[in-house]
Design a protein around this ligand. Sequence first.
Ligand SMILES: NC(=O)c1ccc[n+]([C@@H]2O[C@H](COP(=O)([O-])OP(=O)(O)OC[C@H]3O[C@@H](n4cnc5c(N)ncnc54)[C@H](OP(=O)(O)O)[C@@H]3O)[C@@H](O)[C@H]2O)c1
Length: 321
Amino acid sequence: MKTGEFDMRYRTLGRTGLNVSLLSFGSGGPSKLGQNTGLSSNEQNDLIRQVLDLGINFIDSSEGYGNSEEILGRGLEGIARDSYFIATKGMCRDRHGKLRDPKKFSAAIDKSLKRLGTDYIDVMQFHLLNMDDYDGVVDTLYPVMEKAREEGKIRFIGFSEQYKIEPDHRTVTHALKTHPHLWDTIMLKYGILNQYAAKEALPLAQENNVGIINMAVIREKLPKPKLLGDQIKAWKSEGLISHDALDDSNPLGWLIKGEVRSVVDAGYIFASEHPGVSTVLTGTSSISHLQNNVRALQLPNLPESDTHALKRLFGDIAVYI
Ligand SMILES: NC(=O)c1ccc[n+]([C@@H]2O[C@H](COP(=O)([O-])OP(=O)(O)OC[C@H]3O[C@@H](n4cnc5c(N)ncnc54)[C@H](OP(=O)(O)O)[C@@H]3O)[C@@H](O)[C@H]2O)c1
């Protein structure tokens, strides 16, 4: 879609066949659609309109993101339902930490539909699926999703990983090796400082035509030079990168050149370069950041020498940050 100076690119979301914008919009993360950054209802509505006006057609939410589903329901009211795709998520565990009761999971899907003000969810995902829950979810909660799909309440089934406890993507690789047919999409984290998915998870997803939704690609070190510098120092002292590899005060400044105006730009571009990635989420609550991130994903890939350097530096690190 051409939208003035912005020209959005689209990719196919794996076997779903959905033609999704390369940049997609996340209503969770630190900003939660402005719930954590002080946006008024009108500003939230404006942000949602801007998302669509810029050619973004894939929006992610969860029952666990505060009021994000309601805010989206309100902001999307009156907009043609077939002009965007909605993904949301249901938690695998209840508040006591037990695997959720299937009836309650089913009721949770209905509640999400109501909050979002829609008759169907394009992609329904298990939120934060990990190895402890995997078998239980497949045996007891997956059938609930299947029934919802038969009833037309959801179209496709996926899950998001819990990268904090599994930075090696073990649930993703396990799922893709044991039950690739079950998963239409998987949400994982792949970026400059989180490249481990390129080892096995992303190639397996490509082999099985599973759509990859790339999350939290800049959070939260890339936009913050101090945090980034501290992280690089820590990795040096842990022996994960060599002491003379990067400058501590501006470790990724060398990526800024030509049209790449910031480390954040480089972060979005790198996160979209892997052919296994269908779409890259941005969890911003700022219209100017949104415009910046859309612009970044219209730029060509990083220079090959920079991409190679990033892979050499961080490609083997599987640590939660
Ligand atoms: N396991 C899961 O299911 C899971 C986990 C994490 C995320 N997600 C999904 O993925 C989406 C994206 O992840 P995320 O929101 O955690 O992380 P993210 O998109 O990588 O980063 C969001 C943060 O970066 C800031 N930001 C965005 N663009 C910026 C720019 N151009 N310059 C400076 N700062 C910028 C945002 O602040 P501003 O608001 O000020 O722009 C916000 O603090 C979430 O919204 C959610 O939908 C899912």
